[in-house]
Ligand binder design. Structure first.
Ligand SMILES: [Zn+2]
Length: 259
């Protein structure tokens, strides 16, 4: 393989990884926002439970006052009933007393209901407050994990960008420009390996003389795919000497393919 093409293959690998790193870094603010939203959601639940508790306590006060005021009225009518002169007036007061006592009983029922509800709200607030600590603890751990990932991605990005700069400086400007123009149009992939005498990415057949030229170890010509325009390169398959040598070569990966 031509040295320039080798640089391009290396550059392509770096560019692919760089694009991946940038994508992942871009997604991080949304990930952090989702964690924050979970915490604020739990906080809102607590606020709602507290509000319900406050309202229930207010009702309780009101019903307590109702009980007292109806009790007071009943007492007043009872006092008056000792002083009335006519039977009619006495009966009327008895009626008032009965009414006031009914009201006392009703207010006491409502009060009891509120007290039970209040206990339930109190329990809800306590439960929610307990869970907010858990949720916050988990959120904090998750934030730290995301931030640690972010800084490691940033670090790799810087290293790979520097590496890219070095490799790019080894490639003639015109060739680099061609690669970059194609990559920009083709989802970041400016190179295509020839497989089965066709472009490995779009499947377009490679003309025989181009294929022959690319197979020559002393060839420096650059060919582009006639369909997707990507810069073509060819990796000679490993020569099978014995089954043992072949398995060694395949175990060693791509580097075993080079002469
Ligand atoms: Zn192609």
């Amino acid at each position: 393989m031509d040295a320039q093409i080798q640089h391009l293959v290396h550059l392509q690998a770096l560019d692919t990884r760089l694009a991946e790193l940038r994508n992942r870094l871009q997604a991080i603010p949304a990930q952090l926002a989702a964690v924050d939203a979970r915490v604020s959601n739990t906080r809102q639940q607590i606020a709602a439970a507290k509000e319900a508790l406050t309202a229930s306590l207010k009702d309780r006060k009101k019903y307590e006052m109702d009980v007292d005021s109806w009790k007071e009225k009943a007492r007043k009518y009872r006092d008056q009933s000792f002083e009335v002169k006519t039977n009619e007036a006495y009966k009327a007061l008895q009626h008032e007393i009965q009414h006031a006592e009914t009201q006392v009983a009703q207010a006491e029922d409502r009060l009891l209901e509120r007290m039970v509800a209040g206990e339930e709200y109190e329990r809800q607030v306590k439960t929610a407050e307990g869970s907010v600590n858990i949720v916050e603890g988990e959120a904090q751990a998750e934030r730290q994990k995301i931030q640690a990932e972010e800084s490691s991605l940033q670090q790799e990005l810087q290293t790979k960008e520097a590496e890219r700069g070095e490799i790019a400086s080894e490639i003639p400007e015109e060739l680099l420009g061609t690669y970059e123009r194609i990559a920009a149009r083709r989802h970041g992939i400016g190179l295509a390996e020839i497989r089965d005498e066709a472009c490995g990415l779009c499947g377009m057949r490679v003309r025989p003389h181009v294929f022959q030229e690319l197979r020559r170890s002393d060839s420096h010509e650059i060919f582009q795919c006639e369909s997707c325009t990507r810069i073509l390169y060819y990796v000679e398959p490993p020569v099978a000497i014995s089954p043992d040598a072949e398995s060694k070569a395949s175990a060693a990966g791509i580097s075993a393919n080079e002469p």
